[in-house]
Design a protein around this ligand. Sequence first.
Ligand code: ADP
Length: 480
Amino acid sequence: MHIHPHFIAGRWIETDNYSINTSPSDATDIVGYYARAQTVHVEEAIAAAAAAKRTWGATSPVQRAGVMHDIAQAIRLRTDELARVLSREEGKTLREAVGEVGRAAATFEYFGSALLQTQGQLYGSARDHVSIHTRLRPVGVVAVITPWNFPVAVPAWKIAPALAYGNSVVFKPAEMVSGSAWLLADIISRAGLPTGAFNLVMGRGSVVGGVIAGHPEIQAITFTGSTQVGKQLLNDTHQRSNARVQTEMGGKNGVIVLGDADLDIAIDSVVDSAFASTGQRCTATSRIIVTRDIAAEFTERLAKRVEQLVVGHALDERSQIGPVAHEEQLRSDLAYIELGSSEGAELICGGERLDLETPGLFLQPALFAGGSSSMRLNQEEIFGPVACVIESEDLDEAIAVLNDTPYGLSAGIMTSSLASSEEFQRRVEAGMISVNASPAISEPHVPFGGVKDSGHGPREQGMAAQHFFTEQTTHFVRSH
Ligand code: ADP
């Protein structure tokens, strides 16, 4: 039995409680045994991070930049190993997993380079002989809580800026992707950080989260996951402490397709944004809002493409769509598919569980048409390979439908009209906005985040990350 301990205060810490991770592509494939934290482990990790924060925070940005680049290089060298574990335990195809690992490396590289840019600003003063400058300080101890759908890239989005700006980290990954988290921690543990500057505690969110929320030694929490848990974490933390909290939460993302769109581009883009990663991206498109003039042609052509998507074992290179990540998610996807039909939407293709060679959680992507905005199918986040075409009269109505949800993460439009594109970009309620491109994208050097129920606190990535992971101080210095 290959066990994987926590990493606390510079040491690998075994416990007597482990979870077994199996592959959603094949229930007989055991990925590994991963330590499950009790309260005491979380307390120890927080104490270690608190003890390390002065040492690490006092290093120069240039020194930290070197560490970031070393981590990036180690991630790139171990891409195959990381991608295979990621693909086995989360179920995304190996090609997608390799891409995700590359993005994680690029994120560490970006924050290494960001440290070589200006770390403060110089101002003049109204007072004689006084100059004013600003500096950046680390916030202190940062708790990083991550979901299962991007087990390497999302931790990198958070851990890289947290460490780069001199904070110490307690990392709590989603339990079902502990394997990817453990490998990332193994890489970071070899990067020459001071003891305790980086810690990994694995296990149940309810146990670990209870210790983290409101803990007096934690100055910041960065969370990605469901809106329900994110809101609870915000509440629990703010009732008990002044820690800053950043939450990236759910989405019910839409794409508008207008009559003047290039339908080849529109269909490619929707197939990618709705069904890649098995639809399990917080930015995934689940509502396709199409004007009536092209609805019939667009829907028919889209359905043909969706029907042809090859679902299979994540490690099989013929697979375009891997399995659903876990049993409960599959049950929920199937329940939403049934609900959609009972609400009166027409299931035009897919939606059935597939029996393949291995005992896995395979679901043929489902496309609905004839849906209306008020249906639960089109209001609630499904987080699976399920999308619905909704017809609208014109751009005005399409924008109203797109905004008719509590969420506001990503949104897109397909059109050849500059005027329609501009109007959409001004009126859409979303944080990530795309025109004639898949809205399920992000890059490490630009801000990422949502509005409404999709997010709270400063954006992630790019220069925006500096706001969350540093304190700015303002210095008035009189020379004589
Ligand atoms: P997902 O199902 O997308 O992973 P969740 O919101 O259920 O989304 O979980 C996201 C992360 O939050 C996971 O690491 C999970 O273990 C953790 N978590 C779950 N419950 C809590 C909680 N009460 N406090 C803090 N973190 C939690």
